[in-house]
Design a binder for this molecule. Sequence first.
Ligand code: ATP
Ligand code: MG
Length: 364
Amino acid sequence: MPGAIYAEGLVKTFGDVRALDGVDLDVPEGTVLGMLGPNGAGKTTAVRVLTTLLKPDRGRAEVAGIDVLRKPNEVRRSIGLSGQFAAVDEYLTGRENLQMVGQLYQMSGRAAKARAGELLERFHLTDAADRPAKTYSGGMRRRLDLAAALVVSPPVMFMDEPTTGLDPRNRQQLWEVIRELVAGGTTLLLTTQYLEEADHLAHDIAVVDHGRVIARGTSDQLKARTGGERVELVVHEREHIAAAQQVLRGFGKGEATIEEHIRKVTVPVTGGAKLLAEVIRELDSRGIEIDDIGLRRPTLDDVFISLTGHAAEIDEEAADGDGEDATKGAKGAKGKTGKAGRTGKKNAEGTESAEGAAAKEGTK
Ligand SMILES: Nc1ncnc2c1ncn2[C@@H]1O[C@H](COP(=O)(O)OP(=O)(O)OP(=O)(O)O)[C@@H](O)[C@H]1O
Ligand SMILES: [Mg+2]
């Protein structure tokens, strides 16, 4: 039986950009799928298709067991969406925004008021509750938008980069809220560029790049693909980087990589703490002074780099946007969205908000 979110062969092109290039998904009820990918990977496009905001060129999808293309209105009644760009009414206060959502969902005035109060507190907006949303900071808007998506508790939720722009404390708090939601049986698809976030929240992770799911599994399964632990060290003096690299090469199970600007050298190893002691002795005997050394498990960032040949966060300066197949091992940070892509995204903000609002309307 397909899960609460199910997609098969989704394709969506915009001109000659294949935003989705055959995406399959299956999210069991009551679990969280973390959709992880760099700018332009196709995350928002996938969310828009699954939440009925966009028709795919090909493929099919079901949400809560309902066909997304055939019965979009029914799907809308079963989902909550917090889009990438907050869709709140600027002229209403935070409290009014939330009460309005409750009433659109046909809650009684009293129930809507109580729910709004609860959520404002939950998202630390009580002090600002009676100010128009246009006076809110970016992080406050984001929180209000998330609160609006939670006024009723739909069985399936979509959150597109829910914690982008939140400070660390608010991010932690949102993680708490998400954990509670899921403990209550909600199925959630969340997109993120934060590897750490997928690691903390998601039962299952789909790594997306260039419109395709390039890897799928639990965080541990994905980490295992990069092969074990790493020794990471920082040399005291820049001149010692090459010598340290040579030492690590001798102990490593793969290439020792350098991050010149932070004087860091990293190598995959097997052998744990005992090996670490040997590395330290060897560095010492060669007179290479180090500021820091440690053993660490691979992060999802390592996984991303080993899968795609580029890091998950695109260095905009380096991005030249030629869109070559990164799975073949792109040279350096690169993606489909270079500077032009970014600008395009800003332009798209208005549209996205309008559509997000429309979706919320439709849902109520
Ligand atoms: N309405 C549109 N018109 C033209 N191109 C689009 C449109 N929407 C998306 N694209 C393109 O499709 C690709 C995927 O975009 P999408 O917004 O799904 O990426 P994303 O993974 O959400 O990225 P980000 O992390 O930047 O939010 C990009 O190359 C983007 O420029
Ligand atoms: Mg996006």
